[in-house]
Design a protein. Sequence first.
Length: 174
Amino acid sequence: MVCAVNNRRPTDRFDEEAEMKQRWLGFCCLLACVSCLVPLTARGDGADDTKTLKELRETITKVRTMSGPSTARANAAERLSQSTEKIDPKKVDDNTLKNLISLLDTNDNSVRVCVATALGHLGPRAKMAVPALMRFMREEDCPELVAGVPTDAARVALRRIGVTPPPRDCGKEK
């Protein structure tokens, strides 16, 4: 998988916030790409699962209550991915999973990428996220829209959940 992110400097057309969003998209893409190499079984011993689950719930709430794209919100979204990487997916209850999935409805792509990556870390346990990931993928399916980064995160998550993503439909009327 290739992660291509635009490395433009801020200009009149691209302000600092746009550059920050591009950096976070690239970083979350890197997380998604690297996470493919980490087997789902490479988790901690489970002793800290209760603490990690509590942190996951708190971080979901934090990401949900922060408004608009920001560095703090992107950092919090990244922590979602880190938390789900180290917890036993069986320990994540349905309510927490539903709350995590609901974050895919945000309009902040850096958050959506990290949430998709987090769901991918949960593997088959996140099966209920498939419709939301498919919707996300359809909305951002063409590489020219956002350098392919969010869609790749959704596609990786779907594969890790056990679902084969459909072919890209760029250029076709939706």
